[in-house]
Design a protein around this ligand. Structure first.
Ligand code: GUN
Ligand code: ZN
Length: 440
């Protein structure tokens, strides 16, 4: 029996993370902590000590297991700031842009989640996909059915994961079989908040799908929930596609723009996360900053659905918080490495820079900051929850070859991003426990 006061495990290997100091991306390199031979001590799911092996080895108790990872790279668990678990089964549906894609693929898939048993099976599948890709925290859309949320939280709780999720609120402009009402969406969301928000590591997100599928009455109810439960999250979509934006203008002519619809109903602020934001007006950037709202940048989705190119330079200039996200099933991969690779290409197409450090930061501590979780996760600082990933930089023959010419750690990181995928994830730890081992 391990006593409460004892170190539960020691991890030895090469580590990389970013320190908790106020920073801007141009100085990010100064916050990198790269330990070639490091040690991480875990206690009760948290980080007890982090530093050089030589400095820490004497702290390891005689009976404490030491897990050694030579030739690997250990980084904080990845954070996916926007993903739809019921859309895992429609990834790569051919041929449409957003609004047709929703109608032809997403809505019919989401219908199935009224069935509790089906939702439970797919929630387990989804959590497994996250872990085999090194993603330890995600902000997740369920469906309109409360059963879908129950299923996801139940699956996440089994692994003790820090997951944010919520029931879609949607009372118009979708098939009848997926609609709720302002009252029923309020009641169901409220019940779910009372049951799940802050239960263990789980957090609730009020989830109006996007402005076109909610009546003003429903948005008002969503705002009421946010006021009544101010420490919950809010997640939705914003300015993803040109036709969508035109549609919002016709549905809410009295509002000054798309973001103003959400702002009017009290749905902006800290812990409010807006997916996409490809076509923001100048005053919308300002409003996101003024309200301390965050953006989830979804590169594979924006490319796959032909939505457009997210302007990261603009976000930097405006100092708006940006997290990175897969947006499965509009997005095409669960892998945050592949997502970062596509983000790099989105930047390239706009002649913008995206360094390997910036990429890893955005998928770890940067994501945690955007989600106001950086006091809990995002790096190896003492006291934080021990979510981390053991990466294999030589997972394929090509990567092993490429590694021979890697000049430094930034080079190695960049190769991992460009060539990596789920095969790069050797082990995944959640809350100090090994929860995924690559099948070799
Ligand atoms: N906008 C409203 N719903 C959705 C969705 O499910 N996926 C994406 N990518 N955009 C949306
Ligand atoms: Zn989405």
């Amino acid at each position: 029996m391990v006593k409460e006061s004892q170190t539960t495990a020691a991890i030895r290997g090469q580590f990389l993370d970013f320190a908790d100091v106020a920073d801007c991306p141009s100085e990010l390199a100064d916050t990198v902590r790269h330990l070639k031979d490091g040690l991480l001590l875990l206690r009760n799911g948290h980080i007890e000590w982090f530093g050089d092996w030589e400095e820490g080895r004497d702290k390891i108790a005689e009976n404490c297991p030491v897990h050694q990872y030579p030739d690997k790279l250990i980084v904080p668990g990845f954070i996916d700031a926007h993903i739809h678990y019921p859309q895992a089964e429609i990834v790569g549906a051919h041929g449409e842009q957003l609004l047709e894609w929703l109608e032809n693929y997403a809505f019919p898939a989401e219908r199935k989640y009224q069935d509790k048993a089906y939702a439970a099976k797919m929630a387990d599948f989804f959590i497994d996909q996250l872990l085999r890709n090194g993603t330890t925290t995600a902000m997740v859309f369920c469906t309109v059915h409360p059963e879908s949320v129950e299923a996801l939280f139940t699956a996440a709780e089994k692994q003790n994961m820090r997951i944010i999720a919520g029931k879609i609120m949607m009372d118009r402009n979708a098939p009848q079989y997926l609609l709720d009402t302002p009252e029923s969406s309020y009641d169901a969301s409220r019940k779910l908040i009372e049951k799940w928000h802050k239960r263990g590591r789980l957090l609730y997100a009020i989830t109006p799908r996007f402005a076109p599928t909610s009546s003003p009455e429903q948005l008002e109810m969503a705002g009421r929930l946010k006021k009544e439960f101010p420490d919950t999250y809010m997640q939705t979509h914003l300015s993803e596609n040109a036709d969508e934006i035109k549609w919002v203008r016709t549905l809410f002519p009295e509002r000054s723009g798309y973001l103003d619809v959400y702002h009017h109903y009290g749905l902006t602020g800290t812990r409010c996360v807006f997916a996409h934001c490809v076509y923001l007006e100048d005053q919308e950037w300002d409003s996101l900053l003024d309200t301390d709202s965050a953006i989830a940048f979804c590169p594979t989705s924006n490319l796959f659905l032909g939505s457009g190119l997210f302007d990261l330079n603009r976000a930097r200039e405006k100092q708006v918080n940006v997290a990175i996200a897969t947006d499965i099933g509009g997005g095409t991969s669960f892998s945050m490495l592949k997502t970062l690779s596509e983000a790099y290409k989105v930047m390239q197409l706009q002649k913008q820079k995206f360094s390997a450090y910036e990429a890893f930061y955005s998928a770890t501590l940067g994501g945690a900051r955007a989600l106001s979780l950086d006091h809990l996760i995002g790096n190896f600082s003492v006291g934080k929850e021990a979510d981390f990933v053991v990466l294999d930089p030589a997972a394929t023959v090509l990567q092993a070859k490429r590694l021979e010419t890697s000049k430094n750690i930034a080079d190695l990181l960049f190769n991992l991003i460009i060539l990596g995928d789920d095969r790069s994830i050797f082990h995944t730890y959640v809350n100090g426990c090994l929860v995924h081992k690559r099948d070799d």
